[in-house]
Design a protein around this ligand. Structure first.
Ligand code: FAD
Ligand code: DLZ
Ligand code: SF4
Length: 509
């Protein structure tokens, strides 16, 4: 009874369900393979982080006495996919069963499920209990609900985990949500402590050399890699955040500043999604910081909401809705993705900042993803599949279970309101309020028409006008439509002509 236990590149957790089943006779299989590394052009830092973290994780497992087969990238000819890797292991030895923990993407899940027939062995796909909410629990929550709003899911998760709850099972402070306190613009001179960065060790340097040669055509630059590649280092980075940055996270969660890619964000999604951090441990550290009065409730609640609210919610929604979810295009968006998404060559300062730091670090924070690059894509009607492929490629933390609902549902409203109650559409005024970008921009944020007008403005009104048959009845859009209808026909015509002009010359924006 020898089991073959497969551990994927984003399953690097010592307490992983499949690893808990590993006995002395079993073999653990890990493989760096082309199909996973190339199904989109992952940012170079993502591949470095995963391959290096996989190699470190494998080394630790070996030290702990596990039997392990680790296939390095390209080392075995003919092994291009996880299926090839499993076939290879089965050729070497006999096994009674194949064991794996649920994977994070529908694409790979289908491949894994095909093993049952292909290899004619019992296949055990274990629940990924690194997430607090199982897919079954989410489906149960969603049953008979007309709307699947995150806020109600979040309250259930607060009750379920007991996080930030008082003895009477009520939210501490008397409120569930301090979102309205999370929207301050950040003074440019506020002292910032940068996130921890790590020098590459020998293993990481070997992987960097591999990525340099094998993935030269992927976004990013190998030399600038500075992320953690072990659980220990990731925990150090997170504790540094709790100690130095969390106190300001609440107030400035939505703020943006020129040349400040990280602000007061944790930069932990890439570690958490790869399995290097544990969500329960993180939440406990944040709750303790609040109980010890090192941070305000608005900061602690704001952070915990992202983890047990948004993160668990989008994962539940993804598995509830796939595969149909990826095919939604409610607003019929088909404009090709402009080239500047890949090279940041644009005069729009907000887009230039968000995209250039994305290409440099494989990172942009939530409001940059949602209200800058996402908002532009929504207003300009960029093709859903091209936009979702871009987000999946350029971020170190990107996996489809989290990327797709955030992009297709939250940023592009392509699911017609399954995730969000209204589109996150905004003109330049929002970006101006939340950042100092507009002061340094070629365009004038207060202008709507003319060669120097901020493109977000005319595109915003045009978005409303263009999509009125789809959005005009939405209760939360009534004020926006009232403002649009208050404009004279001449004003409306001039704005729409300006928007049409921006779309014709989109590559030159
Ligand atoms: P913080 O601002 O420090 O937040 C703390 C943690 O909360 C994050 O690390 C993350 O784990 C979680 N979190 C916050 N918001 C969300 C959210 N909306 N959904 C899920 N988790 C959340 N997140 C990814 O992990 N992978 C993606 O591929 C991804 N793609 C996105 C695409 C778009 C268009 C948008 C709008 C958001 C996307 N997000 C994605 C969510 C969010 O932007 C990132 O999780 C966050 O910016 C990561 O940076 P951080 O670790 O510094 O987060
Ligand atoms: C993202 C990724 C990359 C780049 N490479 C590998 C790999 O070579 N081997 C592996 O096991 N996993 C890799 N991954 C992570 C998988 O793509 C991930 O497990 C699935 O997308 C499911 O989330
Ligand atoms: Fe962006 Fe418009 Fe502001 Fe320029 S003026 S930074 S394009 S919002």
């Amino acid at each position: 009874m020898r089991k073959l236990i497969i551990i994927l590149g984003d399953q690097l957790s010592p307490a992983l369900a499949s690893l808990r089943q590993a006995g002395p006779d079993d073999l653990i299989l890990m493989a760096e393979v082309k199909t996973e590394a190339r199904y989109v052009k992952h940012h170079k830092h993502k591949i470095i982080l995963l391959f290096s973290a996989m190699r470190h994780f494998a080394a630790t497992l070996r030290q702990q006495g596990f039997a392990l087969c680790y296939l390095e990238y390209g080392a075995q000819p003919g092994i291009h996919s996880m299926t090839d890797a499993v076939a290879y292991a089965l050729q070497q030895q006999e096994f009674s069963d194949i064991v794996i923990t649920e994977c994070g993407e529908y694409r790979l899940q289908q491949e894994i499920l095909s093993w049952r027939e292909r290899f004619n062995l019992p296949l055990h796909v274990l629940e990924d209990d690194r997430f607090i909410c199982s897919t079954a629990m989410f489906a149960q929550w969603a049953t008979d609900r007309q709307q699947l709003r995150m806020e109600f899911f979040y309250r259930q998760m607060r009750r379920y985990t007991g996080l930030l709850m008082d003895a009477k099972q009520q939210p501490v402070g008397g409120q569930w949500n301090y979102d309205k306190d999370n929207r301050k613009a950040c003074p440019p001179d506020l002292k910032q402590v940068p996130p921890l960065q790590f020098s590459p060790d020998d293993i990481t340097r070997q992987v960097m050399a591999l990525v340099e040669t094998e993935f030269a055509d992927h976004p990013g630059s190998v030399g600038e890699f500075h992320y953690a590649v072990t659980g220990k280092a990731a925990r150090q980075a997170f504790l540094h955040f709790v100690d130095q940055q969390l106190a300001n996270f609440g107030d400035y969660q939505d703020a943006m500043l020129l040349e400040q890619p990280f602000l007061f964000h944790s930069i932990c999604s890439m570690y958490l999604n790869a399995g290097l951090l544990d969500v329960r441990w993180m939440c406990q550290k944040v709750e303790t910081a609040w109980r010890e009065q090192s941070v305000s409730l608005n900061a602690a609640e704001g952070f915990i909401r992202q983890l047990i609210g948004w993160r668990e919610y989008v994962r539940g929604l993804y598995w509830l809705m796939m595969p149909d979810y990826s095919r939604h295009n409610f607003l019929q968006a088909h404009t090709p993705l402009p080239g500047f998404y890949w090279h940041a060559g644009t005069k729009m300062r907000c887009m230039q900042q968000a995209i250039s730091q994305t290409l440099q670090h494989g990172y942009a924070h939530h409001i940059q993803r949602l209200m800058v690059t996402g908002n532009f894509a929504l207003l300009a009607g960029l093709a859903i599949d091209e936009v979702t492929a871009w987000y999946l490629a350029v971020y170190v933390d990107a996996y489809e279970w989290v990327e797709l609902p955030n992009t297709l549902g939250m940023a592009l409203f392509a699911d017609g309101g399954i995730l969000a109650s209204k589109p996150y559409a905004a003109s330049g005024a929002y970006i101006n309020r939340m950042s100092n970008y507009c002061k340094h921009c070629h365009y004038q944020v207060k202008e709507v028409t003319g060669a120097k007008a901020c493109p977000f403005n005319a595109l915003y009104w045009d978005f409303l006008a263009r999509n009125e048959s789809q959005l005009g009845q939405n209760a939360r859009m009534q004020l926006a439509y009232k403002n649009w209808h208050n404009k004279t026909p001449e004003q409306q015509q001039a704005i729409r002509a300006q928007a049409a002009q921006w779309l014709i010359q989109i590559e030159q924006l």
